[in-house]
Design a protein around this ligand. Sequence first.
Ligand code: ADP
Ligand code: ADP
Length: 229
Amino acid sequence: MIRLQQVSVSFGRGSAAVDVLKSVDLDLEAGRTLAVLGPSGAGKSTLLAIVAGLERASAGRVEIAGQDLGRLDEDGLARLRARHIGIVFQAFHLIPTLTARENVALPLELAGAVDADDRARAALEQVGLGPRLDHYPAALSGGEQQRVAFARAVVHRPSLLLADEPTGNLDRATARLISDALFGYRDETGAAVMVITHDEALARRADRVVRIEDGRLSEAAGLPAEVRP
Ligand code: ADP
Ligand code: ADP
């Protein structure tokens, strides 16, 4: 589902250029879950942006769902995301003027689905938010907002689910609900899931853990010290 070969990303030019990812190789098959660890500024969010087709590699090959992203234009990347990719961010990114249901229905509506409203309701009910369909984000707790964001990320049944610190702003019990939702989605659909996290409990549940440090990716042999109890 994900295949990165010798991917490098640099921002800026000439002597001001900064190498944020350095010759990264990564494979993730369908049905597998991957946790990405590493210190702040290491390049984790950039890796996620590359995999999501939100940022372009400066060098190397990026293949997602069988497609070479280097050969896709911006419309092609948008179509790939709409069809295959869901993303959950740390800071929910819900639209404040839309209800929970409208937030979840929006990507489906933009993709021209006729049953957007029904599917949005079903996705929200699945994360236990049936009683909150018509609430605005401001009237929801952080955990509820993240469950809305999760429902929005999976409402189109992506084969690749990406998350950037999805439990970073949540208390332990709520974090567990989001973690359950991520792994439950994989179990239910066979999707590949890649999660950037500092959450030890979440990382423990992943099939595989890698670490990024200063733009380089390495296999973490078990859980590294920073997430050991
Ligand atoms: P992490 O997610 O591990 O904290 P990031 O991928 O967000 O790391 O960032 C890695 C480094 O790349 C940081 O030094 C950040 O400032 C820099 N960076 C990220 N995106 C850009 C950009 N668009 N332009 C310039 N520098 C960037
Ligand atoms: P997070 O805290 O969720 O990891 P970041 O702060 O790493 O988010 O990055 C948020 C967005 O800002 C990303 O799209 C990243 O590419 C961009 N960004 C990060 N650092 C820089 C930078 N120094 N210059 C320009 N854009 C940046």
